[in-house]
Write a protein of this length. Structure first.
Ligand code: FMN
Ligand code: 7N5
Length: 379
């Protein structure tokens, strides 16, 4: 177990200027920007290409207006809601994100512990900088394992066995990285992992390419190309469905036809995601595609959304568009950078306050009622 967080979260999270605790998730970004080396800041915040999709994710969420109901008698809504059939403190999970020791020496165990304390699932990346066994030991909360399908199928089988044995409660396979999107910030920075941050779930030495700093090359992209299976098919997904009894989620679906195929294979949920604008630049915003995916498979499986969620209002927007929940990405890394476990916990506490307010202001007694709200998209 990790030691308890040092001091009250607000003090820790206030970081640099000390006198102004964060009042929005964006404030954590500012604290992180001050704390991080520029190359790490760019790796986390950046998208692919000219970052059209990165910006589109925000713009599309901003365009979703939610029509409040009044005189509903709701005083203090519950933020609790089910995800994959289990009640969570919020319909939110921490998105899988690689190499969290880049942000803070406590890395994945700290973020997992913060999620556990906040009562939401933590999704652990295949490319975690801490072994899965140490992460599940660091939190009493649910850990879901995110699978990147490696060229070496023996390693895939090993990861499945280890994550299962370590107590992971669900499996999330990411399908939008046949190759890493071209992230120009990383290319320009010649971004590479420092020696102390490693792909700790892989056998030693399997991440050497990710450490090889070369000007004009993203070492992360070079490693991914060497390690990841580039040509997966629906048969591979069916193999995975056969191989695990854990709830199975597919992350990185945008086309409703793919969501239907995933449901046909028997997955439990799809995550409507464009990888936070880090893969195909020019892919549509997730809030744009969500209603079509919900219409196609929402009666059969759960539909989650990520990419651009930055507030409790954004969670409400996704729910009102028919999602059962969201994944929260970069803000959690920024909060980790700003204040370790306590910073991450402060960010999730803030999100809960914002979500409760958003539910109160729309007359919803709990998140499941947000589905009944009308949304208007456009000006
Ligand atoms: C630094 C970083 C690392 C990421 N690593 C992974 C990963 O290992 N596996 C994965 O499925 N998605 C990964 N993602 C994508 C996130 O899971 C998620 O889809 C995305 O960040 C959501 O968008 P948001 O950051 O705008 O909330 C990563 C994202 C970032 C920013
Ligand atoms: C490090 C390569 C994969 C991590 C990832 O998915 C991302 O950076 O978006």
């Amino acid at each position: 177990m990790l030691p308890p967080p040092a001091g009250p979260p607000a003090t820790v999270a206030a970081g640099g200027d000390g006198d102004r605790p964060p009042v929005s998730l964006a404030d954590f970004a500012e604290l992180a920007r001050r704390a991080l080396p520029p190359g790490v800041w760019d790796f986390v915040g950046g998208g692919s290409g000219v970052e059209t999709t990165l910006a589109a994710n925000r713009a599309a969420l901003d365009r979703v207006a939610v029509l409040p109901r009044v005189l509903t008698g709701v005083e203090r809504p519950r933020t609790h809601a089910p995800l994959l059939g289990r009640e969570q403190a919020m319909p939110v999970a921490v998105a899988p994100m690689a190499y969290q020791r880049l942000l803070h020496p406590d890395g994945e165990p700290a973020l997992a512990a913060a999620a556990g304390a906040a009562g939401v699932p933590y999704v652990l990346s295949t490319l975690s900088s801490t072994p899965v066994e140490e992460v599940t030991a660091a939190t009493a909360g649910p850990v879901w394992f995110q699978l990147y399908w490696l060229r070496d199928r023996g390693l895939v089988a090993d990861l499945l066995d280890r994550s299962h044995a370590a107590g992971c409660a669900a499996l999330m396979v990411t399908v939008d990285v046949p190759v890493l999107g071209r992230r120009l910030r990383d290319v320009r920075n010649g971004f590479a992992l420092p020696p102390e941050v490693t792909a700790a779930n892989l056998p030693a030495g399997r991440d050497d390419l990710a450490h090889a700093g070369t000007p004009g090359v993203s070492a992360i992209a070079a490693h991914t190309e060497a390690a990841f299976a580039p040509a997966l098919t629906w048969a591979d997904l069916a193999w995975l469905r056969e191989r695990t009894r854990l709830p199975l989620l597919v992350k990185g679906v945008l086309d409703p036809r793919d969501a239907v195929r995933a449901a046909d294979v028997g997955v439990d949920a799809v995550v409507v995601s464009n990888h936070g604008g880090r893969q195909l630049d020019g892919a549509p915003a997730t809030a744009t595609m969500l209603p079509e995916v919900v219409a196609a498979v929402g009666e059969r499986i759960e539909v989650l959304l990520d990419s651009g969620v930055r507030s409790g209002t954004d969670v409400l927007r996704a729910l009102a568009l028919g999602a059962s929940g969201v994944l929260l990405g970069r803000p959690m890394l920024w909060a980790l950078a700003a204040g370790g476990r306590a910073g991450a916990q402060a960010a999730l506490d803030l999100l809960a306050v914002e979500l409760r307010d958003a539910l109160t202001l729309t007359g919803c007694a709990d998140p499941t009622q947000a589905r009944r709200l009308r949304t208007l998209t456009g000006d």
